[in-house]
Write a new protein. Structure first.
Length: 486
């Protein structure tokens, strides 16, 4: 049989076996491995070497695709803050054989920088391979910010010229931000002032550059200096809503009452999340809490997880009694710098105000476990109150549980809890009184102020039942109460 036809027949059999799931031949092995391709070659076959080369190239492409997939997943995890999983995906890339080794090390350097391990971040970028002109522009900025964090001004100064040379083409603003930050770190005050003030007019050649100039001033707390020369901005710049937001924020940062009115005039007709936050902050300064809360809610409707809005709206929800809104905002708060235990305690306080005591009780159990049953003062008070409300189980008041919680709150020096704890000596079902709808007797003299104020102590009058002298005479040696028989 002609060799050409025999080879075609074998490929056809492999294809059919793959299509119909038969186990006679494994098409994946035939097409993707060199061993499979060698099985269908014969001595002297002119296509044998090409088949082996094709298999090797196929394997290489397969491994490269797997590495790219792992890099993609690692990058996604870094962006979302899951550094542990990012390391996992990077660990699946073989450093010795992978062609994306440099990218892997760069991602590992980024992770170390995020974790504050600046020396380790630099170590990931220390090989000779990273000095290649095709790789260096991608890592030099990362090296520079590590030098800034380590206060290594000598390395920063020498790295700056090379990095700015290799990355200059990619910059749309003549590396204005990088140049200013490096001068700031190197304590070149004249250079910083020249960038911000002296050469400002020549710098403002378009809206993007103007916004960058204003942002730099905000970052360096030089907003007052920039406001004094704000007139140099071209008139058409004020058509940019984003630029007007920055100017409004600068006026707000100045702290003057008249500047707050100017800030409002810049953003009054803008409905973006940033503009609503600025309006809300202005209302807060003026103690117009309801208006401020309304603006922060509008900002959250446009950006659900806005940290600036949530930090102000949640306290306002408490002040204004908007318990439901406060709980919803807490659920949207993704601020990682906030202690999750504090967040949970605030949630419990809102649940109590919403009269959702069963949920509050469950959250308190979890929170006390987090504190290893040594919660802070405020948590103990909430636990005592919820225990009073939820003390009745199956028509029987659980006195022991309530006593334990009130005594714990009392040990943290809460006067009301100490008073409640003492009442259980004579009043077993104290918690039921809280649930009663009928009018109860109120002691008007029993207030928080009265409990905290010092009282005049009047000694108790002692009632004498047996005179001490009589006791002494009864104990005397001369008195015999019983006749002694010799």
């Amino acid at each position: 049989m002609n060799m050409k036809y025999l080879k075609a027949l074998l490929f056809l059999i492999a294809f059919l076996a793959y299509s119909y799931g038969e186990g006679l031949l494994h098409a994946e092995d035939v097409f993707l491995s060199s061993a499979g391709l060698k099985e269908i070659t014969f001595p002297g076959d002119e296509y044998g070497d090409y088949a082996a080369l094709e298999a090797e190239m196929t394997n290489d492409v397969h491994n490269r695709n797997a590495d790219l997939d792992n890099l993609t997943l690692a990058k996604y995890k870094i962006i979302n803050g899951d550094l542990k999983m990012a390391r996992f995906y990077l660990g699946r890339i073989d450093e010795k054989r992978s062609r994306v080794f440099a990218v892997k090390k760069r991602y590992e350097s980024v992770i170390a920088f995020i974790e504050g391990k600046f020396k380790e971040s630099l170590d990931h970028l220390s090989g000779k391979k990273f000095m290649d002109s095709s790789i260096y522009p991608q890592i030099c900025l990362l090296k520079m910010i590590n030098y800034m964090a380590l206060n290594d001004t000598s390395s920063l100064s020498s790295e700056k010229d090379y990095c700015m040379f290799y990355t200059g083409k990619a910059s749309k603003n003549d590396q204005y931000w990088l140049d200013t930050m490096v001068k700031l770190k190197l304590k070149d005050s004249k250079g910083v002032r020249r960038n911000l003030i002296t050469d400002a007019e020549s710098t403002l050649n378009d809206d993007e550059m103007s916004k960058l100039w204003l942002k730099t001033g905000l970052y360096l707390n030089k907003e007052q200096d920039l406001l004094n020369i704000l007139s140099i901005l071209p008139e058409n710049s004020y058509q940019s809503k984003r630029l007007r937001e920055i100017v409004a924020f600068m006026y707000l940062r100045s702290g003057k009452a008249e500047d707050r009115a100017r800030a409002l005039s810049f953003v009054d007709d803008i409905d973006s999340a940033n503009a609503e936050n600025i309006k809300g902050n202005i209302n807060l300064k003026n103690k117009e809490y309801e208006l401020a809360f309304g603006h922060f809610r509008l900002a959250l409707s446009k950006k659900q997880d806005s940290t600036n809005s949530l930090e102000r709206a949640i306290p306002l929800a408490w002040i204004l009694g908007q318990w439901k809104d406060g709980l919803s905002m807490l659920d949207n708060n993704t601020n990682r710098s906030l202690d999750p235990r504090n967040k949970q305690a605030i949630k419990i306080a809102f649940l109590i105000r919403e009269k959702r005591f069963e949920e509050a009780e469950r959250e308190l159990i979890l929170l006390k476990n987090d504190f290893k049953n040594q919660p802070p003062f405020e948590v103990s008070i909430m636990d005592s109150y919820v225990a009073l409300i939820m003390g009745e189980k199956e028509k029987k008041f659980d006195v022991r549980k309530v006593e334990e919680s009130t005594e714990a709150a009392c040990r943290t020096f809460d006067g009301i809890s100490c008073w409640i704890s003492l009442q259980f000596i004579s009043w077993e079902n104290l918690g039921k009184t809280i649930k009663r709808e009928e009018a109860t007797f109120t002691d008007k003299d029993m207030t928080l102020d009265s409990l905290k104020s010092k009282k005049a102590i009047t000694p108790l009058a002692e009632t004498v039942t047996v005179d001490q002298r009589d006791i002494e005479e009864l104990d005397g040696e001369g008195i015999q109460l019983m006749k002694v028989v010799p």
